[in-house]
Design a protein. Sequence first.
Length: 307
Amino acid sequence: MGIARKIKHFKNTYIGTRLYGVKHYNWWIETDNEGWFARFISHRFSEKEARQFSLVSVFGKRQTFWFNRKEKKIFYTGENVKRYPEYLDHALPYTVLSMGFDYLDHPKYIRFPLWIAYLFDGTETLEELHHKVEVINKAHYAKTDFASLIARHEGDTGLRKELYQAINSIAPISCAGSFLHNDDRLWKDFNNQKIDYLRQFQFSICPENSNSYGYVTEKVFEAFKARTVPIYWGSNNQVEVGLVNQDAILFWKQGDNNLKVLETINDLYTHPKHYDDFIAQSPLLPDLADYVFDTYQKVENHLRRLL
């Protein structure tokens, strides 16, 4: 590890980085949604109240909880903690609140999946959330390309290469990320605006990087927002049941016989009427807005009790 990286690592773990007035440790810095939770807090609390809290994630040593103990530390992971064994307990012994994908029954834990931060801005009323869900469900975009696969690497399981090889036999897949890169348009034509880029595709190949029930990230929801058909693997192939229309997703089974899925993709690709009927389904169910609003309230109420 170079000197510059060591300094950054030390600062991230022991000193922290302040975003929107809230200190962050072990956080994913330099991503589009890095400050979402800080904005969520600052929208609901005064500056003096907000500064009492700090946010901690998995990208650094657990020792961060042993410093600056006067801060009310909130743990959040947008990652599968099974890939970060140090945080398998969601740091519950050291935090005032822990949030993540898992379904845990603990007074200091609230399930808060990352996709919420990619669909919503955290300030909405219940009525506004319902409106945003309706807008996503009713959106329609002209399709000019077959399928996209955006990834930085092959992943832990080799699944992305499996998907690429199988689906590319139907028609060429556009890869705008580092993995199997063959398309520069995401940056050149769309200024790295992923949703705008995805809107031109019939299908979005969007598997998770690991499989664990409840671990549903932004990937499938970005496909919904772009109104493209997601080809998905993850969360035991169950995507937020009761909140998401499972029939609006094509589920891939790694290492299994996926002939039926491939036949469906080919049918939708070669028969525009079939594709139009499939994409006309509403992917988001009405209860999703209520679930998100209830989650907002749970977090706010929990933090208020700590002040």
